[in-house]
Design a protein around this ligand. Structure first.
Ligand code: NAD
Length: 502
C-alpha cells in the first residue's frame, strides 16, 4: 500500500461517496434477510442513515448455523492441518490490514469514534489478534498423562463445533476478533451477531475472510437486533458455545438461554466500574492524573475497563483533581472524521440520554460537577457530550455503583489503605483496577487485595494480545486474549489406550 499518497485523505469526502452492503454473510454469500426486512444504520456523527442493513431473525440464524454445522462436520476447516489454517488466517489478517482505510472509515461512521484511533488502534489490533492466534495454533501440543506402564492416557484438544459470537458496539471489530481469532484457529465454525448499532465492519470482515480462502460456512455474520437474531442464536440447539461480550444485563440472559436450550457453554465478558487508586506516596501526581483522564475519556468513555471510580488519598486530592479537570479540556468532542479529533460521538440517542441521566443523578445526589456535564455540537445532529468530572462522590451514589459507559468520572476521597481497598472492592463488578504507589510493599499488597481480572500498577495503558482479559464477579467469566482463550473454544479429550504386558 502506498501510504504517502493516502497520508491525509479527506474522510468527509470519502464518507459521502461510501455505499454500504448490509446483507448477511451466510455460507460465503451475501444474502438479504429471509423476511426481506431491513433496519436503517444511523451514524452517531450526524444522526443520518448510512444505509439499510438486513434485519436477521430466526430463519437467517437457522441458515447460518446449518451452514456452519455442515462446514464443521465435513472437515473443510476443522479437518485441515493447523499449519494450513494458520496460512489462511494469516492471509485474512493481511487483507484486514490492506483494507485499513475502508474498515477504519466504516468503524468511525458506524459508532462515532475518532478516525485517528480507528486507523491506529482498531484495525491494526484486529489484524494482530487474528494473526497471533493463527501463529499460535501449530505450536500447541497435547499431553501424555503420567499414569503408569499399563496404559497410555492422551490429553488432546478438539474444536467444539459451532460457536455463536455476540458482540457489542464499543470496539466492534476488536471484540469480534477476540472471539474469531481463537475460535477459528482452533478449527470451529462461527456465526457472528454484531450489535445492531455497529454492524458494518463485521460484514466486511466476513467478505475478507472469504477472499482470503477461508471456506464458505466457516465464518457467517447475521446482523440484527438482540431480541431477534441474538436470542435466536443463543437459544439455538445446534450452537455449542456462546462467546458473549456486552452488558451484565444481557449476560444474565445468555445463561438463561443456555439453561432453556442445550446447556451450551456461555462465556460472558461483561461490564465494569474499575477503581483507580492513588496513594499519597506516589510522587508524580501529574502523571497519575493525566493517565486517568486519558484512559477515562478514550473512546468517549465507552470502554468496559474505563477507570470510572477514581479513589484518591485526601492529602493529594486537591492537586490531583485540579489536574484532571484541566485535562478534560484536551478531550473536548469534535468531528470524528477530522484527524486531530480526540473524542467523538456517543453511539446513539439512547446512549446520550443514558449518560445525561447519570450526570443529572450525580448532581441530584450531591456530587460536585468540576468539568463538563453538557451535551454539545447539537447542530451536527450527532450525540456529543463533554468529558465530565465529579468530585465529592461517595461509593454509595448511583454514579459510583452503575456502569455509565460514557465520559463521566467520579472522584472518591479516602484516608487509609484499608479504606481504599474496601471501597475499591465494594462493587458488583471486578473487571480491572489500578494502584498507584511508590512503596513497593504497598503496591504489591494492594494489587493482591484488589478483586479484579487485571490490576495495573503505576500505569493504565499497557495492553497486549498476549495477556488474558476478563473479569471477576459480575464482570464475567472466562478470558479473552492470550492462549487461555483457546480453553473457551476447545474440548479437552482424554483417550485411554491399554498396553498389555508381553
Ligand atoms: P448489550 O448487552 O446491550 O448488547 C451486546 C450484544 O448483545 C449486542 O450484539 C446486542 O444486540 C445483543 N443483545 C442485546 N439484547 C439481547 C438479547 N435479549 N438476546 C440476545 N442478544 C442480545 O451491550 P452493549 O450496549 O452493546 O455493549 C456495552 C457493554 O459491553 C458494556 O456493559 C461494556 O462494559 C461491555 N463490554 C465488555 C467488554 C469486556 O471485555 N468485558 C468489552 C467491551 C464491552
Amino acid at each position: 500500500m502506498n501510504t504517502t499518497a493516502h497520508a491525509h485523505p479527506d474522510w468527509t469526502e470519502r464518507a459521502a461517496a461510501l455505499r454500504i452492503d448490509g446483507r448477511c454473510v451466510i455460507d460465503g454469500q451475501r444474502l438479504p434477510s429471509a423476511s426481506g426486512q431491513t433496519f436503517s444504520c444511523l451514524s452517531p456523527i450526524n444522526g443520518r442513515s448510512l444505509g439499510e442493513v438486513a434485519r436477521g431473525a430466526q430463519a437467517d440464524v437457522d441458515a447460518a448455523v446449518a451452514s456452519a454445522r455442515t462446514a464443521f462436520n465435513d472437515g473443510r476447516w476443522a479437518g485441515k492441518p493447523p499449519a494450513v489454517r494458520k496460512r489462511l488466517l494469516m492471509r485474512f489478517a493481511d487483507k484486514i490490514l490492506a483494507a485499513r482505510e475502508e474498515l477504519a472509515l466504516l468503524e468511525t461512521l458506524d459508532m462515532g469514534k475518532p478516525i485517528q484511533y480507528s486507523l491506529a488502534v482498531d484495525v491494526p489490533s484486529t489484524a494482530r489478534c487474528i494473526a497471533w492466534y493463527a501463529e499460535a495454533v501449530d505450536k500447541i501440543y497435547g499431553e501424555v498423562a503420567p499414569t503408569g506402564a499399563h496404559a497410555l492416557a492422551l490429553i488432546t484438544r478438539e474444536p467444539m463445533g459451532v460457536i455463536g459470537a455476540i458482540v457489542p458496539w464499543n470496539y466492534p471489530m476488536i471484540m469480534a476478533a477476540w472471539k474469531l481469532g481463537p475460535a477459528l484457529a482452533a478449527g470451529n465454525s462461527v456465526v457472528l451477531k454484531p450489535s445492531e448499532k455497529s454492524p458494518l465492519t463485521a460484514l466486511r470482515l466476513a467478505d475478507l475472510a472469504v477472499e482470503a480462502g477461508i471456506p464458505p460456512g466457516v465464518f457467517n455474520v447475521v446482523p440484527g437486533y438482540g431480541a431477534e437474531a441474538g436470542e435466536a442464536l443463543a437459544l439455538h440447539m445446534d450452537v455449542d458455545a456462546i462467546g458473549f461480550t456486552g452488558s451484565t444485563r444481557t449476560g444474565r440472559r445468555m445463561l438463561d438461554y443456555a439453561g432453556r436450550s442445550n446447556l451450551k457453554r456461555v462465556y460472558n465478558e461483561l461490564g465494569g466500574k474499575s477503581a483507580f487508586v492513588v496513594f499519597d506516596d506516589f510522587a508524580d501526581v501529574e502523571r497519575a492524573a493525566k493517565t486517568v483522564a486519558g484512559a477515562m475519556f478514550f473512546n468517549q468513555g465507552e470502554s468496559c475497563n474505563a477507570p470510572s471510580r477514581v479513589l484518591v488519598h485526601d492529602s493529594i486530592a486537591d492537586d490531583f483533581v485540579a489536574i484532571v479537570a484541566a485535562q478534560a479540556a484536551h478531550h473536548q468532542p469534535a468531528d470524528p472524521l477530522q484527524m486531530a479529533t480526540e473524542m467523538g460521538a456517543l453511539v446513539d440517542d439512547t446512549q446520550l440520554k443514558t449518560v445525561m441521566g447519570y450526570i443529572e443523578a450525580g448532581q441530584a445526589e450531591g456530587a460536585r460537577l468540576l468539568a463538563g456535564g453538557q451535551r454539545v455540537m447539537n447542530d451536527s445532529g450527532g450525540y456529543y457530550v463533554q468529558p465530565t468530572v465529579f468530585d465529592g462522590v461517595s461509593n454509595g451514589m448511583k454514579i459510583a455503583r452503575e456502569e455509565i459507559f460514557g465520559p463521566v468520572m467520579g472522584i472518591i476521597r479516602f484516608k487509609t489503605e484499608a479504606e481504599a481497598v474496601q471501597l475499591a472492592n465494594n462493587s458488583s463488578y471486578g473487571l480491572q483496577a489500578s494502584v498507584w504507589s511508590d512503596n513497593i510493599n504497598r503496591a504489591h499488597r494492594v494489587a493482591r487485595a484488589l478483586r479484579a481480572g487485571t490490576v495495573h500498577v503505576n500505569q493504565y495503558d499497557e495492553d497486549d494480545i498476549t495477556v488474558p482479559f476478563g473479569g471477576y464477579k459480575q464482570s464475567g467469566n472466562g478470558r479473552d486474549k492470550s492462549l487461555h482463550a483457546f480453553d473457551k473454544y476447545s474440548e479437552l479429550k482424554t483417550t485411554w489406550i491399554r498396553i498389555d504386558a508381553a
